[in-house]
Design a protein around this ligand. Structure first.
Ligand code: HEC
Length: 174
């Protein structure tokens, strides 16, 4: 697989990375394989093909909530129909084409998010990290991080037993 390294211009303008600590995410690896996943395609998918504002939410993370560092301060989390169907029964992992979007809001009254943090499971993308494609983007389509983002994998790896998901216990509990 051919890869390229995107070097982020710095931490300014990237709130998540500034909070998460720049050293871990100075470079973002993304595939350039023809037909490979991109944040741009993901954004088109979740805004036009299957608009996420019409999705459901994790049963244990409904409405608008306070968020924990490095995300935050306020979140609203959405799951697509693939995730919704999968969590109807206890499971250890989410299927291919699962998408979870976390809108990061400046405050509880905010109508639009400042950024979207997205997890998208892509068949064979990154088997060591349960095939999650990570994206940190603005609603306007600016891509701050995409692909096998080491900081996302490292921290969410703390929930490896729950398929890298923090907000919902996939095994049935809340
Ligand atoms: C230092 C730890 C840390 C890092 C780095 C991190 N996250 Fe998270 N993330 C969390 C925590 C904790 C939650 C749940 C609490 C919250 O949202 O405030 C979360 C929640 C999420 C969720 C909702 C699904 C879930 O796991 O419950 C998504 C989507 C997400 N993060 C995407 C990302 C992306 C994309 C990146 C990298 C650009 C990233 N995260 C980096 C800690 C982290």
């Amino acid at each position: 697989m051919k890869t390229k390294i995107l070097t982020l211009s710095g931490c300014s303008g990237c709130a998540l990375l500034a909070i998460a600590g720049c050293p871990g995410v100075e470079s973002v690896v993304t595939t350039t394989q023809p037909g490979g996943p991109t944040a741009a395609a993901l954004i088109t998918n979740v805004t036009e093909t299957d608009p996420f504002q019409e999705w459901t939410q994790f049963p244990s993370a409904t409405g608008v909530q306070e968020s924990a560092p490095p995300h935050g301060p306020i979140r609203r989390t959405w799951i697509n129909s693939v995730v919704q169907a999968a969590i109807a029964d206890p499971t250890d992992s989410l299927p291919v084409d699962s998408i979870v979007i976390k809108e990061n809001l400046a405050d509880a009254d905010a109508q639009t998010a400042t950024t979207w943090s997205i997890m998208w499971k892509v068949d064979g993308f990154d088997p060591q990290n349960n095939d999650w494609f990570w994206a940190e983007v603005t609603p306007g389509g600016n891509v701050m991080a995409e692909g096998m983002v080491s900081a996302c994998n490292a921290c969410h790896g703390g929930a490896r037993d729950n398929d890298f998901i923090f907000l919902q216990n996939l095994n049935g509990g809340n």
